[in-house]
Design a protein around this ligand. Structure first.
Ligand SMILES: Cc1ncc(COP(=O)(O)O)c(C=O)c1O
Length: 378
């Protein structure tokens, strides 16, 4: 690395650096912050050192999320899931993992088994290009099915490193855990020396400032997060100290902890931490979900749905939906018709019955009223 006249070069090549400051400034909106950001970041988006923003964001994440005592930033949810899988295996010395049908943990090979999100939308059983050996140690069970999880642990004694799950599922539509389900996963992992991993790429900071684990009152061993090109995993200090350079488990990334993503993260968390942020999300999402369900039911469609904070769904089936098999009972042709109709009205929902919807602090009561009025027409 070299620095001359305020231009710093990283260990890796930064081509066309001139575009980067403009991008940073379009994300960092507060004028007084711009100056500080300019000093640290000008012409610099990949700098392999602990920068101020990285420290600050790490402190904010650690104080927000109950399970996180140490955190590692990466560049995407997929990368965080890959890192956490290696960590769980390194810490326990075991190789098998339990994942749930319809949950999505990024596109790394070991997770492409009965996955949700785009894999479910396109009806792909698994994915071509994934060798059998890569998924040999991935065991699956239906979500909310405790006895299936117990059977897996009985059949694979001392071999399971971790259970990984979405604490509220958002990749097969959206459905919450039955209260006893998460308790059971916590107990069985504790009893057997396996780790419990919450993939909070969707639910983190969305359901509550401390994520689904704060909202539901269950603390996992490790947690995964995601956002504007950034991902993170963190958890118990004794586990995280396995990760290099503190410990022997290798995991690194050229752009990890880059100033652009860190700055965006800090600003997002500051906004979310303002009084009334989650009350606003709760209010508009409740009105939106109820409004759309009422509109559908008025015209005789079989529908069910629900929401928690800024996350919602409506399924074209009577329900109830507790797992991926239930979600698949939805009339997807009807969903597609509704989706296209809403698009014509200027409302852009996620283009699949198997994705959760999200509201944000940018949405106002007026946006919600317009959306419900559009649903009434469609
Ligand atoms: C729960 C969950 N985990 C992991 C991922 C993968 O994240 P990314 O797309 O950033 O790689 C996603 C993406 O939607 C997700 O919803």
């Amino acid at each position: 690395m070299a620095a001359t006249n305020g231009v710093a070069l990283s260990w890796q090549l930064n081509l066309s650096q001139c575009q980067i400051p403009r991008l940073i400034f379009s994300i960092v909106s507060r004028p007084e912050k711009r100056k500080a950001v300019k000093v640290i970041n000008a012409f610099l988006y990949c700098f392999k050192a602990v920068i101020l923003e990285l420290r600050l964001l790490a402190e904010m994440v650690i104080s927000a999320v109950p399970s996180i005592e140490m955190v590692r930033f990466v560049n995407s949810g997929t990368e965080a899931c890959m890192g956490v899988l290696r960590l769980a295996r390194a810490f326990t010395g075991r190789s098998k993992i339990v994942k749930f049908e319809g949950c999505y943990h990024g596109h790394a090979d070991p997770f492409l088994v009965k996955a949700g999100s785009g894999v479910a939308t396109l009806g792909l059983p698994d994915s071509p290009g994934v060798p059998k050996a890569a998924t040999h140690d991935t065991l699956t069970a239906p979500y909310n099915d405790i006895s299936a999880v117990k059977s897996l642990f009985d059949d694979n004694k001392g071999e399971i490193a971790a259970i990984i799950l979405e604490p509220v599922v958002g990749n097969s539509g959206f459905f919450p855990p039955k209260p006893e389900f998460l308790d059971a996963t916590r107990n069985i992992t504790k009893e057997t020396g396996a780790l419990l991993i919450f993939d909070e790429v969707m639910t983190g900071f969305r359901l509550a400032y401390g994520g689904a684990q704060e909202y539901l009152g269950i603390t996992p061993d490790l947690t995964i997060r995601g956002g504007l090109p950034v991902g993170a995993y963190g958890g118990r200090r004794d586990i995280m100290e396995m990760v290099a350079p503190a410990g022997p488990m290798h995991q690194a990334g050229t752009l990890s902890g880059n100033p652009l993503a860190m700055t965006a993260g800090i600003h997002t968390l500051k906004r979310l931490n303002q009084p009334g942020a989650y009350e606003h999300l709760d209010k508009i999402t409740s009105e939106l979900t109820q409004g759309i369900l009422d509109a559908g039911k008025k015209t005789g469609h079989a529908m069910c749905g629900g929401y928690i904070s800024g996350m919602f769904v409506f399924f074209f089936t009577d329900g109830p939906v507790h797992n991926f098999s239930d979600a698949k009972k939805s009339d997807t042709a009807k969903f597609a018709k509704f989706y296209r109709g809403m698009l014509e009205e200027g409302v852009y929902f996620a283009p699949s019955q198997f994705e959760a919807g999200f509201t944000s602090l940018a949405h106002t009561a007026e946006h919600i009223q317009r959306t419900v009025a559009a649903a009434d027409k469609v």
